[in-house]
Design a protein around this ligand. Structure first.
Ligand code: GL7
Length: 847
């Protein structure tokens, strides 16, 4: 077909970029005020100004997005797809301005219209489509993919309600309120009403022949509608795509029921279809086997695969070349149904034979494991899958029956070098049972990690220690079966754009000035920060470094005063622990340590107290709504704060805050303000952690256990700049064994901890009875080893005090820490995935 339609000259003169001088920007903002918002200058508030500014910025993103997608289509490179149930994006406007390089222009333009950019940025609601680290990691990877010019798309769900809003009752209980984040229009998404797929649930699957083919019919059909979110790269024109699916009823109305006078029945199908993408499950590290969650997982993987396959088919290549054009990353086991789903499409629709199909599948998928905690390893009851996805259960059984439980590394290998587990380990029945996709029991369950593992080309963990644990514990048998080379490591990373430049602009400016480098250089080659090392000897620089930290502390104090009405002492060490509430993360250890400090201070004379380092402790984080012990920990923190902050003897020396409703935006205020942050999980439980990286990048020191990425951070910054404590991973199992079979009374084992627990029981912080279930987790069994690590924890806190007292040396430690954080850029991580896993290359996009 002829292009363009109409007069080519007309098109050419009209098809050009937008002007981005300040004058044009004000014009464009006002244009959106008038047309998109239909509002008047005289009644325009900050929210309206934000929306108009966002729409104006979006115009720029769309043009880059169009150009990028055109290049991808023209050049037809291999692409990567990141399937994640969670994308914890936070706010977009500030990031878009930074990445487009238009921050100053918009600041001036907005000012000319009588608004301040800071106030406008505050109007934006967080896009909180995630629980914690796993979801935020996905967001950082999107930023890095576009910044590194890599052809990557994200696929997720467009939840109507993100992670719940956390409220704290006067008694200190967490309450959950919905997060209707789409209530005000979302300017950052483009509905693609033409990109629609049918997704089937339930019904019957009938086998057609001996070749494993079947026909799946009946049941319920639901529509998946695409919404695209533009992901701009920093300093590139590349603008990648995050495609989020919304569920809609296929027939908005069942006319038969309607005619029969059953109005409620007629709208019912629409209710249940829409429920699929209604709400993000708020559980972190736990799975519940709920039907709706299974439907979410299938709905999203089926729509995403259909979309990826349709794009591939436009290339007119034989289907066997699919893995040369698409690499699909499974972010944890949540999208594992993509494996049987691709088998279904290849066998039932493309009519391939089983081995060819399995060869394509095992060369397309990659699986990242994000945790070894048993309660987080997904298992789905066989009867549930049979009911909701009958065809997929057949395929899983076919895989189990060793049809394809083979080593098939490359397509050409598929027939030649196949080895079944049975053939490789004859007569080892226990091993077969351990490795099976189906766990025996009432009911039988499908082990999703096993399915993800055997269906993928490669598997990786998210930090060195964690990847070792994956290889030696949960997937050990698979390493022995398939060979070690399939099992790698990609240590997590964070984007320095959001987590340094945006959240800590003063520090960013100081770094640029000192390195004599434009930030566009070092923000994309973070190892350049090493150039700061010589400046630890530069007094003026150190002074400026410390002054910026101080101003960030004041900014946080200001925020607490605005939101909670409380005055924070900024003349103290700021100690921060912010993350999901979980027993393994041991916020309980922290609060018991605070109580210990309080009791110690109470016992001192005023003169002696004055010599102690003043400390302000911040906590923030959400507990899963059904996680009783975690909620009790919040309650204890809030009530300890209530008592301690009001005690005239100690309140100048020790105060404590629980900041409600932790979010990406709150992290952006907290992280730059910290002197020390706590990452104190029981050794071997925190796969990586990523906030540890964010704090250190902002010159906050780390107090932690020898766990996850803490270890690699210490390797980089030097052990003398971190505060390590606690038992090591290899000791954990033995200690747990001792707790069970040779328990030592707590009074004897750790008198200091026993005393603290007794004070809580005795009612020092309100009704002690309330806390018994929490205290008993320590007194009985102590699975997370608080009693083993308490003394060394308190000693480490003492070392922090001592180091902080030497303020000059402390600043040097802070600078050295930032300087050595280059490794933890998500640019490094995404390039590792691109090269060693997906085999994709950069696609530069130029105007
Ligand atoms: C997590 C890990 O707990 C966390 O340590 C890691 O940094 C993160 C990203 O890899 O993934 N695993 C997990 O199940 N959740 C995580 O945050 C929810």
């Amino acid at each position: 077909e002829k292009w363009p339609r109409g007069d080519e000259k007309e098109w050419r003169s009209a098809l050009r970029g937008l002007d981005t001088d300040v004058g044009s920007i004000t014009k464009s903002v006002v244009h959106h005020v008038q047309t998109s918002l239909a509002r008047q200058p005289h009644n325009l508030d900050d929210l309206g100004a934000y929306q108009a500014a966002a729409l104006s910025v979006r115009d720029n993103l769309i043009l880059n997005w169009n150009e990028t997608q055109l290049q991808y289509t023209r050049k037809a490179p291999k692409r990567a797809y990141y399937l994640s149930l969670e994308f914890l994006m936070g706010r977009t406007l500030d990031n878009a301005l930074l990445n487009l390089g238009l921050k100053d222009e918009y600041k001036d333009g907005i000012k000319r219209l009588g608004f301040s950019i800071e106030d406008i940025l505050e109007q934006e609601r967080d896009a909180a489509l995630g629980n914690g680290g796993l979801g935020r990691l996905a967001a950082c990877y999107l930023d890095s993919s576009a910044s590194q010019e890599l052809p990557l798309w994200g696929y997720g769900l467009r939840y109507k309600y993100g992670i719940f809003q956390q409220l704290i009752s006067p008694e200190g209980n967490q309450l959950e309120a919905p997060d209707p984040w789409l209530e005000h229009q979302n300017p950052w998404e483009l509905p693609r009403l033409d990109v629609v797929y049918d997704v089937r649930f339930y019904g019957q699957a009938e086998r057609l022949d001996g070749k494993g083919r079947a026909q799946w019919t009946g049941g319920q059909e639901v529509l998946a509608i695409a919404y695209d979110v533009m992901i701009p790269g920093y300093g590139t024109q590349t603008t990648n795509n995050l495609r989020l699916w919304e569920s809609r009823p296929k027939r908005g109305f069942d006319l038969n029921s309607f005619n029969a006078g059953n109005y409620e029945g007629a709208v019912e199908s629409s209710n249940s279809a829409e429920a699929i993408t209604s709400v993000l499950y708020p559980n972190d590290h736990t799975t519940f086997g709920k039907e709706l969650r299974l439907k979410q997982q299938y709905f999203w993987t089926a729509a995403s695969l259909a979309d990826i396959l349709r794009r591939f088919k436009n290339l007119d290549k034989p289907i066997t070349e699919f893995p040369e054009y698409a690499a699909i990353q499974l972010n944890d086991t949540h999208p594992t149904l993509a494996i049987p789903e691709l088998m279904r499409v290849l066998i039932d629709e493309e009519e391939l034979d089983w081995n060819t199909a399995w060869g394509i599948v095992t060369n397309t998928f990659f699986y990242t494991n994000h945790t070894v905690l048993p309660e987080a390893l997904e298992k789905w009851p066989v009867p549930l899958i049979e009911h909701v996805l009958p065809r997929h259960m057949q395929i899983i059984y076919d895989i189990v029956s060793l049809r394809s439980f083979f080593l098939t590394r490359t397509l050409s290998d598929a027939s030649s070098s196949r080895t079944s587990v049975e053939r490789k380990f004859p007569h080892d029945r226990e091993r077969l049972a351990r490795m099976s996709l189906i766990e025996e029991g009432q009911p039988k369950q499908v082990r999703m990690a096993h399915l993800a593992c055997i269906g993928s080309r490669k598997v990786n963990g998210v930090a060195e220690l964690h990847s070792d644990l994956v290889r030696t514990t949960i997937l050990k048998d698979f390493v022995e079966f398939e060979g070690i080379s399939k099992f790698g490591n990609v240590t997590n990373g964070i984007t320095p754009r959001r987590w340094l430049d945006q959240c800590n602009p003063e520090l960013s400016a100081l770094i640029s000035k000192t390195l004599k480098l434009d930030k566009t250089v070092w923000l994309k080659d973070l190892t350049k920060l090493e150039g700061l090392l010589p400046f630890t000897e530069d007094k003026a620089f150190c002074k400026e470094w410390a002054a910026i930290k101080q101003r960030n502390k004041e900014r946080l104090a200001h925020h607490v005063e605005l939101t909670l009405g409380l005055k924070v002492n900024t003349n103290a060490l700021f100690d921060v622990q912010i993350k999901r509430l979980h027993e393994y993360k041991r916020q309980t250890l922290n609060i018991l340590g605070v109580i210990h400090r309080y009791l110690t201070l109470k016992n001192m004379t005023p003169a002696k107290r004055k010599k102690v380092v003043n400390r302000v402790v911040f906590f923030a984080g959400k507990a899963a709504p059904a996680y009783y012990i975690a909620k009790l920990t919040i309650r204890l923190i809030v009530n300890v704060a209530r008592i301690i902050n009001a005690d005239p003897d100690t309140k100048d020396h020790l105060t404590l805050y629980f900041l409600p409703d932790y979010s990406v935006s709150l992290a952006e205020v907290l992280i730059p303000a910290s002197n020390i942050s706590q990452h104190i999980s029981t050794a071997g439980t925190e796969a990586s952690g990523t906030s540890n990286m964010k704090f250190c990048l902002n010159g906050g020191l780390l107090l932690g256990t020898v766990d996850g990425a803490n270890i690699e951070i210490a390797e980089e910054v030097g052990e003398s700049n971190v505060f390590f404590f606690g038992h090591l991973t290899p000791a954990v199992e033995d200690l747990r064994f001792q707790h069970l079979y040779h328990p030592v009374p707590l009074e004897q084992k750790c008198p200091a901890l026993a005393h603290v627990l007794n004070q809580v029981s005795a009612g020092l912080f309100g009704d002690g009875h309330v806390y018994e279930p929490l205290l008993n987790t320590v007194r009985q069994g102590d699975y997370y080893l608080l009693s083993d690590d308490f003394d060394s924890y308190i000693a480490a806190l003492g070392m922090v005090d001592e180091a902080y007292s030497d303020s000059e040396e402390w600043v040097k430690k802070s600078i050295r820490t930032t300087a050595k954080m280059g490794k933890f850029s998500s640019d490094r991580a995404i390039n590792e995935y691109a090269e060693s896993y997906w085999n994709i290359e950069k696609v530069p996009v130029t105007k």
